[in-house]
Ligand binder design. Sequence first.
Ligand code: NAD
Length: 330
Amino acid sequence: MGFNTELTRRLGIQIPVVQGGMQWVGYAELASAVSNAGGLGILTALTQPTPEDLRKEIRRCRSMTKNPFAVNITLLPTLNPPPYLEYTQVVIDEGIKVVETAGNSPGPVIKKLKEAGIIVLHKCTTIRHAQSAIKLGVDFLSIDGFECAGHVGESDITNFILLSRARQSLKVPFIASGGFADGQGLAAALALGAEGINMGTRFMCTVEAPIHANIKQAIVDASEHDTQLVMRRWTNTSRLFKNKIALEAYNVEKTSPTGKFEEIAPYVSGQRGRQVFINGDKDFGVWTAGQVIGLIHDVPTCAELLSRIEKEAIESVERCRKLYQPQSKL
Ligand code: NAD
């Protein structure tokens, strides 16, 4: 007994839940805990300062779980462009079997991964981008609705539309990303045609997530209204936790007469955001969070969370089944 979807079969996991890549969060502690709990844990490549540090982190993660785990490689506009292909080479050399890619112009990275026989799960926010990724040979799409944390894209299509569009038009299996925190969400995603779900923000709020307890509490205390979109002016829109710095950044975006990215850069800097997770001051810099913060009310272990999600998903399907009665019982 257990889930049997294209995702669980191809990846060799028990529960069709992927822990999405998260900058400054996706370390071995979290990835191994998710994989040990039956989902797919993911290390974030660019959270490691160099490709060699990523190699060490992969080895550390392997010492913490015998189950499969993946690596995320995200290509976004950045203040200091990292050597993406060198990180990719380390992933290949270390025998990683699954990679989550995301962001702009992923072609060269995906080509290299596919040549090495790696399963690629590509995250995107539009059907058009999904179709391009299919041409590059990806194995799964991770369809990321506007509810999601971080880089939401510029089309603002929420998952109720996006997932059904994916079901109607994609020839490649997909998982649902953005807005998921519980088993009711998993059941809904499966009903809409997905093979599983991706969760980021929900996993930030687990015992094993290597971030300060104050930040987990800030998520528990927040409602679905507490996110802020910034950087639309630079076609790089990002959904952030609505704190002091996110609001200041948004104000710069609205009022800057020049529209130069340098004006907002000090506010949205990733290095500054990283400190939030270390010092526990939620207002120290910007950090990403999805609208799903409104659904998160506790800090369970990853094992507790995934077994709860499994139970809720089964109960949800059962509830729906009972809502349909044979004619004679009406
Ligand atoms: P950063 O400090 O370089 O930039 C801060 C923010 O500004 C980011 O959102 C970035 O996309 C944006 N930005 C930078 N230059 C820009 C420009 N010229 N125009 C428009 N927007 C611009 O970024 P960071 O947050 O420290 O990220 C560093 C690296 O980590 C990047 O290469 C990125 O691809 C990667 N990353 C990964 C994830 C993930 O979840 N895997 C999330 C965020 C970033």
